[in-house]
Design a protein around this ligand. Structure first.
Ligand code: AMP
Length: 359
């Protein structure tokens, strides 16, 4: 069985690493000739909208999935006409646009920050009157890692924010004074069976995920699972889906969905009985889903822009080192480290040492 992946970055690399023991082969489509999944998957180098490259890619694979969801809709349509594509393009369409995504949250009774569509500076001024400040202006599409966002603190910020986002369709969101950010990763099989990983608690630095920790008894686990289940069933979703939430004043507010394996679930490679990458493959291939429980206390620290030496990470008790073999660049995720332990005190000490290597 040959799995085609749209996008050839570290998520594709980790999917392929998890899939090789299952006897799978991989082909990725990515415009960058040095895409980091190249060592574990065959690569078609080409743009996502290049008809010849799409055909070449489609002819090589039996099934298609994504590590990068912003592939042009027409290209995805072309692939769906020829091959099984999971998750379905219809499911992806909802998550591509923050307005349709948040509208879906609201329709399903999932709490989310107050929001309004913004198409002009007038809209922005009017909506700020309703929401108040601070508030966040976000581009509706193509935003990630805090890009395409502007935190509005005072009325004078409005024209500058609108200019910086270059007048693209946006939404304005109320600012949530959250106590923490969490995410729940779920895998839903072709037969509808769904499994959930323990919730990850996430800390960002400059809009980029810095640290994810997981404990098996998070008080918001059930509430997060309930929200995730509503979404998975509504979308008829097949594969792994991550839902990011704000924990504020005893309740959860949904921020956004990632319709794929997610950075906050990288701890599952070393810390869960079945990692998110393997469960995604199992789900899309119609195989039984694996146990999502964690071995103990787990954490993942991203290596952004700079990677510590492997010997320093591996000297830490119960630590694992993941190098994506990417050129270091400011703000670029180039690897991660994990620590897992059944003993809370030991876990705390190991995590402190791992964090010290990236501070
Ligand atoms: P996003 O791209 O929507 O995931 O936003 C990136 C980060 O900005 C989030 O992880 C939060 O730390 C912060 N953020 C986004 N939306 C809000 C909000 N409505 N209120 C407070 N912080 C937010």
């Amino acid at each position: 069985m040959i799995v085609g992946i749209l996008g050839g970055g570290q998520l594709a690399r980790m999917l392929a690493l998890a899939g090789h023991p299952l006897g799978l082969k991989f082909v990725v489509l990515d415009p960058a000739p040095d895409a980091c999944s190249g060592v574990v998957a065959e690569q078609v180098v080409g743009a996502y909208d290049d008809p010849q490259k799409l055909k070449l890619f489609a002819d090589k694979v039996d099934i298609v999935t994504y590590e990068f969801e912003n592939v042009p809709a027409e290209s995805v349509r072309y692939l769906t006409d020829k091959l099984p594509v999971y998750p379905s393009p219809d499911a992806l369409a909802f998550t591509r646009d923050r307005l349709t995504e948040k509208t879906m949250f609201r329709e399903l009774g999932i709490s989310t920050p107050e929001f309004y569509p913004i198409n002009s500076l007038d809209d922005l001024q009017e909506s700020v009157q309703k929401i108040g400040l601070p508030a966040i202006l976000k581009s509706r599409t193509l935003g990630y890692d805090g890009k395409g966002q502007f935190l509005l603190k005072k009325n004078e910020d409005l024209p500058l924010a609108w200019e910086q986002l270059e007048g693209v369709p946006c939404i304005l969101e109320s600012f949530v004074p959250f106590s923490r950010e969490i995410s729940i990763i779920a895998a839903r099989a072709r037969n509808g069976k769904t499994v959930f990983y323990p919730v990850s608690e996430n800390v960002h630095k400059s809009g980029i995920l810095h640290l994810s920790t997981c404990r098996s008894d998070d008080p918001m686990q059930k509430a997060a699972e309930n929200y995730s289940k509503l979404l998975l069933d509504k979308l008829g979703y097949i594969g792994v889906l991550s839902l990011e939430l704000f924990h504020s004043g005893g309740s959860l507010l949904a921020n956004e969905i990632a319709p794929r394996v997610h950075n906050s679930g990288h701890w599952t490679i070393d810390g869960a009985h079945t990692c998110q990458f393997e469960n995604h493959l199992r789900a899309i291939l119609g195989l039984p889903l694996g146990d999502t429980s964690a071995y103990g206390y787990c954490a993942m620290v991203n290596f952004v822009g700079r990677i510590p030496e492997s010997k320093d990470v591996l000297a830490i008790k119960n630590a694992h080192f993941h190098d994506y073999a990417k050129e270091p660049r400011l703000g670029r995720k180039i690897g991660h480290g994990t620590v897992c332990s059944q003993r809370e005190d030991e876990f705390g000490r190991s995590l402190e040492k791992l964090l010290a290597l990236v501070s």
